[in-house]
Design a protein around this ligand. Structure first.
Ligand code: HEM
Length: 550
């Protein structure tokens, strides 16, 4: 090769190398222009530098005021559409739900760790819809009524534990929600957060949360890295090892329930649970379960814990913060409970229709501080779509900003003020309003079925919403009946002091939780025996923990 042709070959290579990023850049500009507008992205890195690590939903809410109810941000070259308005959320994620019900790819958490066994991360399609239908069989109105005695009994235990150690209120709440979710999943209760089964379950949750951190794993941007052999990718070997450990644990829990059924004279002697319902259904009709391996099967009850325990506990923690910072709400709740229930017995689900203020209070807490502040796991489009003249390609990540939607001042004036009146009818407001309250009531958005967007949207809407609302009612009605929940003298409370991450909870704080009278204390203690009797039907786990060597 002559020196001239050598030089020109190099020039050509350099030219091509320069042209590729230029061409990609121009393609990206065309994509930016066709999608809903948002903050200006930088080539190749998108908006990464302008998204705050702490509480990004607040910045997203600010951007929605500039760019409108749906705007796009770019993580590298990947678009995410953020919806900040209930109408747009309903139009896209509910009316057009056949296009907006998938999930983005989670390479580390979904593919390597769970091997796609859990519904939470599954794309829209048959694998997901089969699991979702099976889960619904354990969450029908009839099934929910079977769980109510457990929820009542656990709430009585919660109130009694608060008599002994009120300062540990957050731990008691965590045990309460964990035990309900375990009982619904497996028919076994949790007596202590120190229980081996419970500790192992929490360990898995913490590990999963560490996998779900944007930018933590290069493989999310370069998915082909997941095919590297474990010998040269120890990070991958570790993720898979932990995934196998969780799968073995989930299968051991199912085996425990199978043993309960095998040793019982009659299935009706075994406590009702999702796992029992599914095991009996599989025995009766094995074909309808043929798509699910034992491993897949075990992730059905397991999914409930991850999705249902921490979320409900965090909502109750927000309720405590709301009561401490809004004393008039506590007073109105006490007035209602004293009038309807009186001091000689505890409120129950049978009182629910006569306690509209307590019901409204539970709804308002869900609105006031939505746990899954960016709508839980993101949605993704499975097909391209056009909206308001903009193009939304297939595989676009779509987030509903529950924070922005629930804090929309047009529907919820003075949105950071906790105000249960928002969820009462005009006639009820006349009964419950205090002199300074009725002005900023507003009307919940007509397009959000529950009056807020805390449980998500469309086909992916939280399947456990009714179960969660029942747990909230059981806990809040009894707690409010029994206790004064007040600020500590000299302590300043910040209603924005919340954890980071995508499921939020108030940072730890102390408050005064004091039983209202001797009579209230006695009623609580009298009810404990009955509650313990109910709980006996749901024995603690004993065998499964040993089977997996923990
Ligand atoms: C206050 C408590 C709860 C809140 C705030 C909450 C919120 C959410 C949200 C926002 C989503 C995502 C919805 C979407 O993608 O549009 C979700 C999904 C889910 N939730 Fe809940 N949840 C709660 C309690 C529960 C409970 C008690 C269960 C147990 C049955 C549960 C089971 C699930 C499951 C399995 C999914 C995934 C559904 C799917 O991907 O198809 N959640 N939840």
């Amino acid at each position: 090769m002559s020196p001239d042709s050598f030089t020109s070959t190099w020039y050509s290579i350099l030219l091509v190398l320069a042209l590729i990023p230029t061409a990609i850049f121009f393609v990206d500009i065309l994509r930016w222009m066709r999608m809903p507008p948002g903050p200006r992205p930088l080539p190749f890195i998108g908006n990464k530098l302008s998204i705050p690590r702490k509480h990004p939903w607040i910045q997203f809410q600010e951007w929605s005021k500039i760019y409108g109810p749906i705007f796009t941000i770019w993580i590298g070259r990947r678009p995410t559409c953020i919806i900040s308005d209930a109408d747009v959320a309903a139009e896209l994620m509910e009316k057009r739900s056949s296009k907006y019900s998938s999930r983005p790819r989670f390479v580390t958490m979904g593919e390597l760790y769970w091997d796609m066994a859990t519904m939470l991360v599954q794309p829209y399609g048959k694998a997901w819809s089969i699991r979702r239908k099976l889960l619904h069989t354990a969450l029908t109105p009839t099934a929910l009524s079977l769980y109510q005695p457990v929820q009542e009994a656990e709430a009585v235990r919660l109130c009694n534990q608060l008599l002994e150690a009120p300062a540990s209120w957050e731990r008691h709440i965590e045990r309460f929600t964990s035990s309900i979710v375990f009982t619904v999943s497996y028919g076994h209760r949790i007596d202590s957060l120190e229980d081996k089964t419970m500790k192992k379950r929490q360990e898995f949750m913490v590990y999963v949360a560490s996998l779900n951190v944007p930018g933590a794993f290069l493989v999310e941007s370069l998915p082909f890295l997941k095919y590297l052999p474990n010998a040269i990718a120890p990070w991958k070997a570790e993720v898979q090892r932990r995934g196998h450990e969780e799968a073995a644990f989930n299968m051991a829990l199912v085996e425990d329930v199978q043993q309960d059924l095998d040793t019982a004279k009659d299935p009706s002697d075994v406590a009702d649970s999702l796992c029992k319902i599914l095991l009996l259904a599989r025995k009766a009709n094995p074909e309808s379960f043929s798509i699910l391996s034992d491993r897949d099967f075990s992730f059905l009850p397991a999914a409930i814990f991850g999705a249902g325990s921490d979320t409900t506990a965090s909502t109750l923690c927000s309720a405590i913060l709301a009561l401490v910072t809004h004393p008039h709400v506590l007073q109105t709740a006490h007035d209602e409970l004293d009038r309807v229930v009186g001091p000689n017995r505890l409120p129950t689900f049978a009182d629910e229709p006569s306690l509209p203020y307590i019901r409204a209070l539970c709804k308002e807490v869900l609105r006031w501080r939505p746990v899954s502040v960016l709508g839980g796991q993101p949605h993704a489009t499975s097909e391209p779509d056009e909206y308001a003249g903009y193009h939304i390609p297939a595989n676009t990540t779509v987030l509903g900003n529950s924070w922005a939607i629930n804090m929309n001042e047009r529907y919820y004036p003075n949105p950071h003020r906790m105000n249960p009146l928002r969820f009462l009818s005009p006639a009820e407001v006349l009964v419950y309003a205090r002199p300074d309250e009725s002005d900023d009531k507003g009307e919940p958005h007509p397009n959000s079925k529950m009056g807020h967007s805390t449980f998500g949207w469309g086909r992916r809407v939280c399947p456990g919403a009714d179960l969660a609302v029942n747990s909230l009612f059981a806990a809040m009605s009894k707690l409010l009946w029994a206790y004064d929940i007040k600020p500590l003298k000299g302590v300043t409370y910040d209603i924005f002091d919340y954890t980071e991450g995508f499921n939020i909870r108030p940072n730890p704080f102390q408050c005064e939780i004091r039983v209202r009278s001797k009579a209230h204390r006695e009623v609580l203690q009298e009810n404990l025996k009955g509650a313990e009797k109910t709980m006996e039907r749901f024995p603690v786990f004993d065998k499964s923990a040993e089977w997996v060597g923990i």
